[in-house]
Design a protein around this ligand. Structure first.
Ligand SMILES: C[SH](C)CC(=O)O
Length: 270
């Protein structure tokens, strides 16, 4: 009931995703800055799948819940949820998703680097792929379907790119729905140009390390400047920023719209 304070109703718990995600580091920062932690609030680590199924149940029974949320993501299309205002700007303003490559890729395979640097699309195009996968379509198939329907976009990305002639390329990513979509699409496009790409999902920190060390060539999963800024700083001398592949991303805490009196992170404290 709206009268009772929110904290006790949900055990002062923010439902999060995988521990290494940048959004989790930002939320830990919010716990101290707002200050939520000293008011007994805590961040629950789980996974994107666990968080979205917990959200689904809460919405079904119109219960209160606070989640780590981000756009683009199908959860904002499927559920009536809203971002909480972040007056202390802990989560940063709009985020961009960058394509990051190992330092040597540009020399080792200028064609693949050129294609990766030309990869750019919109939150709505990414959501088209995410919604297919959310409806049960295999991510590689969802990517193929999207590519078939968007030849003009693919032609932009492959402009001036030489054939891959079977050259191999290794991409790593974190299994967030947004990056499952982008990684499958770009690897299918590389394969259509004659490259042989393998994609491997892992936690955020090992993903950044794999590209920095060169055991992977590239990733399209870098949320910057705030969310995965910690990893960018750590590895910036071993990587190349090949450019922004998506503008207009956003990260923060989110709640169902029926929580009328919770509109800012400050409202969690009071
Ligand atoms: C898709 S999540 C916001 C990205 C991250 O936390 O680094």
């Amino acid at each position: 009931n709206p009268k009772e304070k929110l904290g006790p109703q949900i055990n002062y718990t923010i439902t999060g995703i995988d521990a290494g995600a940048g959004i989790m580091a930002s939320t830990q920062k919010a716990l101290t800055e707002y200050p939520l932690a000293k008011n007994k609030w805590q961040l629950q680590t789980s996974s994107t799948a666990a968080m979205t199924s917990t959200l689904d149940k809460a919405i079904k029974y119109k219960q209160p819940i606070v989640i780590t949320g981000w756009q683009p993501h199908w959860m904002f299309k499927k559920y009536p949820i809203k971002f909480l205002k972040d007056p202390k700007n802990v989560y940063g303003k709009a985020e961009q998703i960058h394509t990051i490559t190992n330092k040597n890729l540009k020399k080792k395979d200028p064609g693949a680097y050129k294609l990766l640097s030309q990869f750019h699309w919109t939150p709505s195009e990414m959501s088209d792929v995410m919604l297919q996968t959310n409806a049960g379509v295999d991510p590689a198939q969802a990517a193929k379907n999207w590519i078939k329907k968007n030849p003009k976009r693919v032609a932009e990305w492959t402009k001036g790119v030489p054939k891959g002639n079977g050259k191999t390329l290794k991409m790593t990513y974190v299994a967030w729905d947004s990056e499952i979509a982008s990684t499958n699409v770009i690897s299918q496009v590389l394969d259509s140009m004659g490259y042989k790409t393998t994609i491997q999902a892992m936690e955020a920190q090992p993903m950044w390390l794999s590209v920095a060390k060169g055991s992977a060539d590239a990733t399209v999963s870098a949320w910057l400047p705030t969310t995965s800024g910690i990893y960018y700083k750590q590895y910036k001398n071993q990587i190349d920023d090949a450019g922004v592949n998506l503008n207009g991303a956003r990260v923060g805490l989110a709640v169902p719209k029926y929580m009328k009196n919770i509109n800012s992170i400050d409202d969690l404290v009071n």
